[in-house]
Design a protein around this ligand. Structure first.
Ligand code: FPP
Length: 254
């Protein structure tokens, strides 16, 4: 079978990799963008310099996702546990969505990208809420890639909130207990109307979920790399896609 040649190499053995022409492309890719702090530390820079560089990586990866017609890209930008960080770092991260959207919204419009978020946005600073709200509004008619930022997101919190809402709907007699099943439960999650991630990537060598999409990742394929997020490149992303193309997904079947 003829293969489409893509201009990247597996640097370890200099062997050219090819994405398979009829190979599957994941519909939904979720990424834990880890390693910003270590990237900065290695260079004698403050941690926030890593986050800033990480923001530029987001731009690169969005382009690649669009090029391969990935439908949803969910990026873990801030977890419910990240509030434990020094206030100066939290404040810096909270300014990034605005900075990203200020500089990049015209390109996102051209690329037909739709911005969404998951997480508890009520606790975010007002300027972050407003920047994100504006971008969502501006891009809501776009039909290309859904760029979904997980902002103040925690999977356990998401599920507890879903359960509370379910209980209220039972109390209000909008639902019967017997109506509750997996599919209905999913309607109460932030990811309602978004398919589960097919491929979940984590950078920086850590191999854990850190409270990210615990329900949704039940059958995701995982891909880990030692590369720190600010160094994550188009080539590395395509390496992950190539690897995904060669996975056999059985979903519990044989
Ligand atoms: C984890 O690395 C990274 C974060 C908690 C922040 C991620 C944010 C970005 C990449 C920028 C997001 C951009 C937009 C547009 C919202 P870490 O700080 O835990 O790294 P470390 O493990 O090396 O300390």
């Amino acid at each position: 079978m003829a293969k489409i040649r893509l201009p990247f190499f597996n640097k370890k053995n200099d062997k050219e990799l090819n994405l398979l022409p009829n190979g599957k492309i994941p519909e939904h890719v979720a990424i834990i963008m880890d390693g910003n702090g270590r990237w900065a530390k290695k260079r004698g820079l403050p941690r926030v310099a890593g986050h800033k560089q990480g923001m530029d990586t987001v731009k690169t990866i969005v382009k690649v996702a669009n090029k391969h017609k990935i439908k949803v890209l969910t990026l873990y930008a801030f977890s419910t546990e990240n509030w434990k960080r020094p206030k100066s770092e939290v404040d810096f991260i909270m300014k990034l969505p605005k900075e990203f959207l200020n500089t990049y919204l015209p390109d996102l419009m051209k690329e037909n990208v739709q911005i969404r978020t998951i997480g508890d946005d009520g606790q975010l600073p007002q300027h972050t809420i407003e920047a994100v709200k504006y971008a969502k509004e501006r891009t809501k008619g776009n039909t290309g890639l859904i760029l979904n930022f997980a902002l103040n997101y925690g999977s356990r919190y998401e599920m507890v909130e879903a359960m509370k809402q379910l209980v209220m709907d039972v109390e209000d007699q909008k639902l019967q207990i017997d109506d509750i099943n997996e599919s209905l439960f999913e309607d109460y999650l932030y990811t309602k109307n978004i398919s589960d991630p097919d491929l979940l990537i984590r950078t920086s060598g850590e191999q854990r979920l850190s409270n990210f999409l615990l329900w949704q990742a039940a059958y995701s394929e995982f891909w880990f790399t030692d590369v720190l997020w600010p160094d994550f490149s188009a080539e590395k992303f395509e390496e992950a896609l190539f690897d995904y193309q060669n996975r056999k997904r059985r979903f519990g079947s044989i």
